[in-house]
Ligand binder design. Structure first.
Ligand SMILES: CC(C)(COP(=O)(O)OP(=O)(O)OC[C@H]1O[C@@H](n2cnc3c(N)ncnc32)[C@H](O)[C@@H]1OP(=O)(O)O)[C@@H](O)C(=O)NCCC(=O)NCCS
Length: 278
C-alpha cells in the first residue's frame, strides 16, 4: 500500500485494481509504472480463476488509453520470454516486440532464470513526415549546429547540409507551430542496417517525451526490415547515454577518437533477437 501511495503521490497514476463490471469481484491488479512523466510501463496480474475470459486484454486496452489521456508518449511493457499468454495479450493490444535481453527481476521464478525480459512498445501516437524542401534542410542543419554534441564535434550548419540532404538516407520529422520540433536521420544500408545516424529535438521541446516517441516510431519502422537498431552516442553526452540505456539499448563497443581526436563514440544496439530464427 505504501508503494502504491507513493507512486500515486509522485505521478499522475499508479497501481490499480481490476474488478468485474458485473459483480464487483476483485480479479487482479494493473496500472502504470512511471519512469518519467512521459514514459510508463503497463503491467497486469490476474487471479488464476479469472484467466481465460479476456480480462487481461480488456485491462490492457483500458490502461493504454488511460496513459494516452495522461500525456504519456511512451507506453511499454516487459514480459518474460517464456510467458506466451502475456505476449499474446500484448500482441492483441497493439504492442510490438521492441527489445530482447532487458535486465529484469522475476521474483516468482527460480534462480535458473536469466533475469532478462522482452520489451514491448505501443506505437507512439505521432505525426511523422518525410523531410520536405531546402528550407527544412537549412532548419535541421541550424538546429544541429547550435546544439551539443555537434558544437563540441565542430560541425557547422553549412557542413551539415550535405549530411541532411544525402538522398541515400531517410530523414523523418515532426512539426509544431514553431517549425520543426524534432528530426531523425536513418541509414538503412550495410552491416549496421538500421542505423540511427542522428536524432535531434529542438532545445525548447527537450525533456517532454518527444525524443523517445520519435525514436520509438523509427524503431518500429526499422524493425520491419531488421531486428537490430544501432546508434552511436558521444562519450561526453551522458544525458543521451542514459536516455538510450533506459530505452533498451546496450553498449556494444567504443569507437576511439572517431569524429575528432580526444572524444570517443559509443556504439549501442537494441535488438529484438537474432537475424535468423530457429
Ligand atoms: C537526446 C534527445 C534526442 C532526447 O530527446 P527528448 O525529447 O529530450 O527526450 P525525452 O523527453 O523523451 O526523454 C528525456 C531524457 O533524455 C535525456 N536527455 C538527454 N539530453 C537531454 C537534454 N538536453 N534535455 C533533456 N533531457 C535530455 C535525459 O536523460 C532524460 O531522461 P530522464 O527523463 O530520465 O531525465 C534530445 O534531448 C536532444 O535532441 N538532445 C540534443 C541532441 C543529442 O544529444 N542527440 C543525441 C545524439 S547521439
Amino acid at each position: 500500500m505504501r508503494f502504491s501511495d507513493s507512486e500515486w503521490d509522485r505521478w499522475s497514476a499508479g497501481p490499480l485494481l481490476i474488478e468485474s463490471k458485473d459483480t464487483g469481484q476483485l480479479l487482479g491488479s494493473t496500472g502504470l509504472m512511471f519512469e518519467s512523466a512521459t514514459s510508463a510501463a503497463v503491467g497486469y496480474v490476474l487471479a488464476k480463476d479469472a484467466w481465460g475470459h479476456g480480462y487481461a486484454t480488456e485491462t490492457l486496452q483500458a490502461v493504454t488509453s488511460l496513459a494516452a489521456s495522461l500525456g504519456v508518449t511512451r507506453v511499454f511493457a516487459l514480459c518474460h520470454p517464456r510467458h506466451r499468454a502475456s505476449a499474446r495479450v500484448l500482441d492483441k493490444g497493439g504492442f510490438l516486440l521492441n527489445a530482447s535481453f532487458i535486465p529484469a527481476q522475476f521474483p516468482n521464478l527460480d534462480g535458473t532464470d536469466r533475469g532478462e525480459a522482452l520489451m514491448y512498445l505501443h506505437p507512439p501516437d505521432l505525426h511523422v513526415e518525410p523531410l520536405g524542401d531546402a528550407n527544412d534542410v537549412q532548419e535541421c542543419a541550424r538546429m544541429m549546429a547550435s546544439s551539443e554534441p555537434w558544437i563540441t564535434l565542430q560541425r557547422t550548419a553549412e557542413g551539415l547540409v550535405p549530411v541532411i540532404s544525402d538522398p541515400v538516407k531517410e530523414v523523418h520529422l515532426v512539426r509544431d507551430a514553431d517549425g520543426i520540433a524534432a528530426f531523425i536521420i536513418l541509414d538503412l544500408r550495410g552491416l549496421t542496417n538500421g542505423y540511427v545516424q542522428t536524432i535531434c529535438v529542438r532545445a525548447d521541446r527537450r525533456g517532454g517525451g518527444l525524443g523517445a516517441a520519435l525514436l520509438g516510431w523509427s524503431e518500429i519502422h526499422i524493425q520491419q526490415q531488421s531486428p537490430n537498431v544501432f546508434l552511436c552516442v558521444s562519450s561526453f553526452n551522458p544525458g543521451a547515454q542514459k536516455f538510450y540505456a533506459r530505452l533498451g539499448y546496450e553498449r556494444v563497443g567504443v569507437l576511439r577518437d572517431y569524429v575528432i581526436s580526444g572524444y570517443d563514440e559509443i556504439l549501442m544496439r537494441k535488438t529484438r533477437g537474432p537475424l535468423r530464427r530457429k
